[in-house]
Write a protein that binds this ligand. Structure first.
Ligand code: 4GT
Length: 256
């Protein structure tokens, strides 16, 4: 999968994504991450990329033309390689607090694309007119305000990349984790068997795989109930699990 990140701070993005699992996947040729400097497309008289907003107000706005030219250059390259003809069909995400909130489902959807363009704003954002012409998806990573779209773009690249086949080379893969089923992951333990007087739950040392699986599933349900009850409403428990959970609730609520 190929990520193309349009930004005024390309080194921030490249430096943040060249390490660990993502860096290794890039070196292995499973991913490419191209950071395109929008400033390289400021062909106006003063080579500027920002200006005051019409109507007044605080701060500066990124101008339409350099963003448009940077997008066009990237789109041309992609179409040349893929044999496509319509640059408006290349998924182009604008990172903004006004977007739909990014989640695992959206990551799975975007991981199906061969090329993904991520547009990062800075200052007070980007002239609306170019957004109307190039953006296909408006995405937010959560309800808070940042100084730029670079960190959100990096969050998206990380979450999407680990879904690309081969990027995680463990046997069970990304499918089988937190948020699969809308349940949080169960607690995990490694050596030593006892630490600070705390023992590893005995079932995990039993070697009984069916019991271990059952215990983990139950722990996931308890954990989701305790930490993210909003997710529990959206997850599908079997009748057996519902019955077990009702019993667990009864037993654990009476002494409160
Ligand atoms: C928050 C988010 C985001 C910002 C988010 C344009 C100029 C937007 C600054 C940028 N803040 N971008 N994508 N929650 N700020 O995703």
């Amino acid at each position: 999968m190929n990520f193309h990140i349009l930004t005024l701070f390309p080194e921030m993005v490249s430096n943040g994504l060249n390490t660990s699992i993502i860096g290794r996947a890039v070196n292995a040729g499973l991913l490419s991450i191209e950071a395109v400097n929008i400033r390289d497309y400021a062909f106006n008289k003063h080579q500027s990329v920002d200006d005051y907003p019409y109507g007044g107000g605080a701060g500066m706005l990124m101008q339409a033309e350099p963003v448009y030219l940077a997008h066009e250059a990237v789109a041309k390259k992609i179409l040349g390689r893929t044999g496509g003809t319509d640059s408006r069909r290349i998924r182009t995400v604008y990172l903004s607090p006004q977007g739909s909130v990014f989640d695992q489902k959206m990551a799975e959807d975007l991981a199906q694309e061969e090329d993904l363009i991520l547009l990062c704003g800075h200052y007070e954002g980007i002239d609306e007119r170019v957004l109307e012409e190039v953006v296909t998806d408006f995405v937010s990573i959560g309800d808070y305000v940042l100084t730029g779209g670079e960190l959100p773009a990096m969050v998206m690249v990380d979450a999407i990349s680990r879904l690309v086949p081969g990027v995680l080379h463990n046997d069970v893969s990304a499918e089988f984790e937190s948020f699969q089923d809308n349940l949080l992951e169960y607690p995990q333990y490694s050596r030593p068997e006892e630490w600070h007087g705390k023992k590893v739950p005995p079932v995990l040392l039993s070697g009984h795989h069916a019991n271990i699986e059952k215990w983990r599933r139950e722990q996931s349900i308890i954990r989701t109930y305790e930490r993210r009850p909003d997710l529990l409403e959206r997850c599908e428990l079997t009748d057996k699990e519902k019955k077990w959970f009702r019993k667990w609730l009864e037993e654990n609520m009476k002494c409160q």
